[in-house]
Design a protein around this ligand. Structure first.
Ligand SMILES: [Zn+2]
Length: 389
């Protein structure tokens, strides 16, 4: 089917004026989390860039790579794990992780056949810019996060061709106002109605961990730091539970990335490039429209490519996933703690605490994570009908 024919087949999105509603919900808080509890994200970037760079170099330069499926496997898993936790350094938590967003869109199934993959990827795409961690692009991260999570209707308005509708539909399902992110960070469907599922579980994990003398000694005087780390542990643990429940998600993430159709990229350029260029002056780094477009295209490509390693990791055994995630969190936790504590504890202590934290986090969410996700799917389905038409 050619583009015009597809455009004809596709039904038009109706208009839904929820932008004002987005502003009202957004207000002083972002994702329901006080910004003051979060680290100054800029301070952490060089460290994480170095970690990622080192991991990439290992893949390229390791002398054993000729032998090495095992090494390659480990390196790919490490990269995936690094990208899994990169939101920590970005200071913009993910709410639901990528696998969970893809799963939610898979169940929404507005689109069938090959378009279902576009819908799943569209649902992951609002988090593309959470990974901006080099200067000067980091200056644009919060702006783009706000745009993709609160000014999401711009993507609906950017649809030009019928074949872009599935991507846009997935994208709209993610938002932080009435979409999937809202149950993670603002209002759970199955726990507290005035607090996001991830927030509640992070506090519970922190309270449990405070019974561990090592944890209590480390972050007891700074509960905000402990809760922040727990927040990220819960989010990462969520995709581990998801992979238990749906073994196909990892393969689907890889399929998305291996299908190089830049529908979502084109939509985000149309929706956000002009605004980014216009706002860049006030953000401290003036860029042209062409540079704004380039930034969006390159970040989307990086994110899409990272889905290959992440999808690969999600298909491994739970112990392999955990091992890699803990390794990555060790580095993240060290850098994060270094910002706030007079002295960073030894690796062994941090690894020990993470080895305690992850099974606890998994224990805390394993019986109700999928219930919350199913309730989120039902809510998003209703809201998509109401708000998007
Ligand atoms: Zn998000």
């Amino acid at each position: 089917m050619d583009e015009q024919a597809e455009a004809g087949v596709a039904e038009d999105f109706g208009l839904a004026g929820v932008v004002g509603q987005a502003d009202a919900v957004f207000g002083e808080k972002r994702d329901g989390v006080e910004k003051s509890n979060r680290p100054d994200p800029d301070l952490t970037f060089p460290v994480f860039e170095l970690i990622l760079y080192t991991a990439k170099e290992k893949i390229i330069q390791d002398p054993q790579k000729g032998k090495g499926e095992v090494f390659m496997k480990k390196a790919i898993c490490l990269l995936a794990a690094l990208s899994l936790g990169m939101a920590v350094l970005a200071g913009a938590a993910m709410a639901w992780e990528r696998g969970t967003h893809a799963f939610i869109a898979d169940k929404l199934k507005k689109a069938g056949g090959p378009y279902n993959i576009d819908e799943m990827y569209g649902a992951m795409a609002p988090d593309v810019f959470n990974y901006l961690f080099t200067m000067p692009n980091v200056a644009f991260r919060d702006y783009l996060y706000d745009q993709t999570h609160h000014q999401f209707l711009k993507v609906k308005e950017a649809v030009k061709w019928g074949y872009e509708k599935s991507s846009a539909y997935g994208f709209l399902s993610h938002n932080n106002v009435w979409g999937a992110d809202s149950t993670a960070h603002i209002a759970s469907r199955t726990l507290l109605l005035n607090e996001g599922y991830v927030i509640t579980k992070a506090k519970m994990l922190h309270d449990y961990l405070m019974m561990d003398p090592g944890y209590a000694a480390l972050v007891g005087p700074y509960p905000g730091i402990g809760i922040e780390i727990c927040h990220n542990v819960i989010e990462a643990a969520g995709d581990i539970i998801l992979a238990r429940n749906d073994a196909s998600v990892g393969a689907k993430l890889m399929e998305i990335a291996l299908r190089p159709k830049p529908h979502m990229q084109n939509l985000m350029v149309r929706a956000y490039a002009q605004g980014l260029a216009d706002s860049s002056n006030s953000l401290g780094y003036p860029i042209t429209l062409a540079q704004a477009e380039q930034l969006i295209r390159s970040e989307e490509t990086n994110f899409r490519m990272s889905c290959i390693s992440y999808g690969y990791l999600l298909q491994q055994s739970e112990s392999v996933i955990l091992e890699n995630v803990i390794e990555q969190f060790k580095e993240l936790a060290k850098s994060y703690l270094a910002l706030y504590l007079p002295a960073v504890p030894d690796d062994a202590i941090i690894v020990g605490l993470l080895e305690t934290s992850f099974p606890l986090a998994i224990g805390l969410i394993q019986n109700d994570y999928m219930k919350e996700i199913q309730a989120t799917i039902a809510m998003v389905k209703r809201n998509m009908v109401k708000e998007v038409k």
